[in-house]
Design a protein around this ligand. Structure first.
Ligand code: CP
Length: 314
């Protein structure tokens, strides 16, 4: 049961629980009225200390489609954080007004800290360069939908692998599925952290390689996960400008890829996928963003105890 549970990182869910959420998300997507109005009277507090389009709007849309309501702030400047209020006190307050908290912070570990002070479930919507578990649920659901199953795939991650929390969360989650291989494609300065590569993947026995050359490896990939270079996490604007266009996926590079490879991106994109690629049937990033709302509906209904994992009503 997910009722009352926090979601700080993907490892907080078992593979069975994730599978249950995917099944429920598909049911919500395909059965028009399923769970509609089931959260009437419930409140979601969205505490966003960092900008967001997809995560915040899809959570709010998810809650409203379930019949619940939302409150919160979209940037810290409109909260008492600017007066110096601690995260712990902010979360104590929000948890006395709402039934579930969704929060994003530039600080690694913020969601874990929040979960210790909250009387209601805390869902991590991104903590610095650390984790983004509901993006991972979105990514896994998209792979499951478009590749039919999650195991036995060669997944390439390309771009800012150092600061990209979506990459860290997804690589960790994929390492729990059978027969996975991974390729990390980045400039030297933005390599995948050791705690993911040698650490998590090493322990799980997942074979992986690192390269700076996308064109060399794209032909062997089943999934290509593109990411933007994260300007907001650089200390130095010159380094950002030097690295920002390291990879640009265009139709020439797509011509080297398998016919059934899928291209994912957590979005927002800047320059790393040329707009011309959007018309390629392998470009799945806008579908991916849409699936995010359904899996967030499934998650909210589950942590609020409306439905058990798999969709059976409690
Ligand atoms: N994928 C993602 O987290 O997008 P936003 O920053 O727009 O929420």
């Amino acid at each position: 049961m997910l009722k009352g549970r926090h979601l700080v990182e993907p490892g907080d869910l078992s593979l069975g629980e994730m599978e249950g959420l995917f099944t429920l998300a598909e049911k919500i997507e395909t059965e028009d009225d399923y769970l509609r109005e089931s959260c009437r009277g419930k409140l979601l507090a969205a505490l966003f200390f960092e900008p967001s389009t997809r995560t915040r709007l899809s959570f709010e849309a998810a809650m409203m489609r379930l019949g619940g309501s939302c409150l919160g702030f979209a940037e810290p400047g409109s909260s008492s954080a600017v007066k110096g209020e601690s995260l712990a006190d902010t979360v104590r307050m929000a948890s006395s007004y709402a039934d579930v908290i969704v929060m994003r912070s530039p600080k690694e570990g913020a969601a874990l800290l929040a979960s210790r002070y909250s009387a209601v479930p805390v869902i991590n919507a991104g903590d610095g360069g650390h984790h983004h578990p509901t993006q991972t649920l979105t990514d896994l659901l998209t792979i499951r939908r478009l590749r039919r199953s999650i195991g036995g795939l060669n997944v390439g991650f390309c771009g800012d692998l150092k600061f990209g929390r979506t990459v860290h969360s997804l690589a960790k989650a994929l390492s729990r599925y059978p027969d996975m291989r991974m390729v990390f494609i980045s400039p030297e300065e933005l390599r995948i952290p050791d705690y993911i590569g040698g650490g998590i993947l090493g322990k799980a026995g997942v074979p992986y390689t690192e390269t700076g050359d996308l064109e060399k490896v794209i032909g062997g990939l089943d999934v290509l996960y593109m990411t933007r270079v994260q300007r907001e996490r650089f200390f130095n604007e010159e380094d950002y400008i030097r690295l920002k266009d390291s990879y640009i996926l265009n139709t020439e590079k797509m011509a080297l890829a398998k016919k059934d490879m899928i291209v994912l991106h957590p979005l927002p994109r800047v320059n790393e996928i040329a707009v011309e690629v959007d018309d390629d049937p392998r470009a799945a990033y806008f579908k991916q963003a849409k699936y995010g709302m359904f899996v967030r509906m499934a998650l909210l209904a589950s942590v609020l105890g409306i439905t058990g994992v798999g969709g059976s009503l409690c």
